[in-house]
Design a protein around this ligand. Sequence first.
Ligand code: GTP
Ligand code: MG
Length: 313
Amino acid sequence: MELVKEALNGSERAIAQLITMVENELPGWMEAMKQVYPHTGNAYLIGFTGPTGSGKSTLVDRVALALHNQNYSIGIIAIDPSSPFTGGALLGDRVRMREVTDKEGVFIRSLGTRGGLGGISQATSDVIKILDASGKDCILIETIGIGQDEVEVVQIVDTSIVVSVPGLGDDIQTLKAGIMEIGDIFVVNKSDREGADHVVTMISAMLDLNPLTTVWRQPIVKTIATENQGIDELIEQIMLHRKHLTENDLLNAKRKERIGREITKLLEQKISQYVHDRIKGMHPFEDLIEQINNRENDPYSSVDILLNLLEEK
Ligand SMILES: Nc1nc2c(ncn2[C@@H]2O[C@H](COP(=O)(O)OP(=O)(O)OP(=O)(O)O)[C@@H](O)[C@H]2O)c(=O)[nH]1
Ligand SMILES: [Mg+2]
């Protein structure tokens, strides 16, 4: 495929087209991903999770700029669950991440929720692979830390940064179940605001209770993204975490876990699609639904009947 070849050579136009193809599951997308895959595994993946408006885009912009100045090539993926993947999301984040957009070697893409095969985490992980294969050194992924999807997205990065801000109240931000455990680095952004130290103390107290801290004590970095403050320290901590992962062979372990999860998921999707297609051909759903609605049958027995039909075939 010519498109894949061009994307692998770093053509931004080809990368964008390939992403669109994969994102929308257009014909041939999986074949394309098969060709992309052997070229992946070189980029370092950094995730930014946090509540709406906490300054994730600004942080990503500043971190990307700083990394760009250190001669890293950068890919940025912003996940915007609230908007469809055409139009809104793209424009919104492009406008906000203005500073870094014009730099050479920086590629930005917004993603909305994909209703297709694997949902948002599969879409994201495919886009990551495309950027990785195209030669990006670092890929920064921005996501709002609210739902299960976002927690899953965190599982597909190497270093996961949880962003909080002062003034949101103690329980609603980082301290939500699930979010604490996934942070490798904690950022308290908007530290120009009152209460930043309180947030630091609180996170620190939470970390003291966390058994993970024996392996890697998650650092807490105060930043003022808009003023570029704390960005160098954040990058230093990202690099330290990366070193920690590689030196202890944890990066490989992490990535293998990810591969395991991915093939399980893809397999489940294929199986469910396959079973669905076969059953539909054998037994019209409408009849069953009618029967169940008339109380001549029930949903539980119906599922058994369908599975039996499949076994008999
Ligand atoms: N005072 C202050 N404002 C900041 C700081 N960082 C970001 N902001 C502002 O906060 C607002 C939201 O910033 P974004 O970077 O768009 O936040 P976000 O987390 O990406 O927002 P969503 O993508 O909508 O969830 C913008 O007006 C920023 O200029 C900071 O450190 N201090
Ligand atoms: Mg944003």
